[in-house]
Design a protein around this ligand. Structure first.
Ligand code: CAA
Length: 263
């Protein structure tokens, strides 16, 4: 992974099986322009295709995960430009094409589209330095990349409504208390380390089982409990067709460490 390939992001593989994307547009606090998002999607697609990668992390800088969509880029868009050309539709692509787990490690500002990108991760980690918010109302618009849906699902209607209607920000500590963040770290460095360690742990398991686990948990967001449990059971059954299920269970019975084939 060459770090010279991209203009607005950096990619690396800091641990076995872990792909890291660092948003790197410091002059604009990582504002998510279309060129930046194209690079992000490309990097995630490349990591998806790489069989040695089992989990992914996206992070920003200590100052900003991302300060939102690029306001300067979108300020002159007409309705025809926005609706007619499905402005920012490609932002959501990663939530469908990306089958490997994604951890978002959030430090500093995660506002508007930055908060929305953070919430597209399968697991959100942050530090106490994080500032989240959906301030679009202050610009005369509303969240456009899933914020109204994902924030409400994560923290409940009343809190999400208050935040989206006022544009008020909330802290990393609150994100943890409200269940938006799975873990809250004291410092940005600890946050990134924590995300990379969790990603490495996930990458040490059977990629088939990991893919299935992500699929069934995500399904819980779309289905009622009964259909969801049935769906989970079918995917569970299907894993008995894999080599890794035999390898994992035989290793347990033999008190050995499993050697996954990802088959
Ligand atoms: N788009 C474009 N440029 C941005 C930006 C954004 N979202 N956020 C920051 N920048 C730029 C600033 O314009 C500034 O550029 P210049 O140096 O050329 O003037 C540079 O980044 C540094 O920013 P500030 O000087 O403002 O830094 P600060 O530390 O004083 O303030 C901040 C930081 C509070 C995050 C402030 O930059 C800010 O309020 N940014 C906008 C946040 C926002 O409204 N985000 C939502 C965007 S709308 C959206 O995302 C729609 C959606 O749902 C998809």
């Amino acid at each position: 992974y060459s770090t010279g390939t991209y203009e607005f992001i950096k990619t690396s593989t800091p641990k076995d099986g872990v792909g890291l994307v660092t948003l790197n547009r410091p002059k604009a606090l990582n504002a998510l322009s279309s060129p930046l998002f194209k690079e992000l999607n490309q990097a995630l697609k490349d990591f998806s295709a790489d069989e040695s990668i089992g989990a992914l992390v996206i992070t920003g800088s200590e100052k900003a995960f991302a300060a939102g969509a690029d306001i300067k880029e979108m300020k002159d868009l007409s309705l025809a430009d926005a609706y007619g050309k499905d402005f920012i539709e490609m932002w959501s692509d990663l939530t469908t094409f990306l089958k490997k787990p994604l951890i978002t490690a959030v430090n500093g500002y995660a506002l508007g589209g930055g908060c929305e990108l953070a919430m597209m991760g399968d697991i959100l980690y942050c530090s106490t330095t994080a500032t989240f918010g959906q301030p679009e109302i202050k610009l005369g618009v509303i969240p456009g990349a899933g914020g109204s849906q994902r924030l409400t699902a994560a923290i409940g209607k009343s809190r999400a409504m208050e935040l989206i209607l006022t544009g008020d920000t909330f802290t990393g500590k609150q994100a943890g208390e409200w269940g938006l963040a799975a873990k809250v770290f004291e410092t940005p460095a600890e946050c990134l380390d924590g995300a990379l360690s969790t990603a490495a742990k996930i990458a040490s398991f059977s990629q088939l089982a990991v893919k299935a686990a992500k699929e069934v948990v995500n399904k819980s967001q779309d289905l009622g409990i009964r259909e969801g449990v049935e769906f989970e059971r079918r995917v569970f059954h299907s894993l008995f067709g894999s080599k890794d299920q035999k390898i994992g269970m035989e290793a347990f019975a033999a008190k050995k460490k499993p050697e996954w084939t990802h088959e």
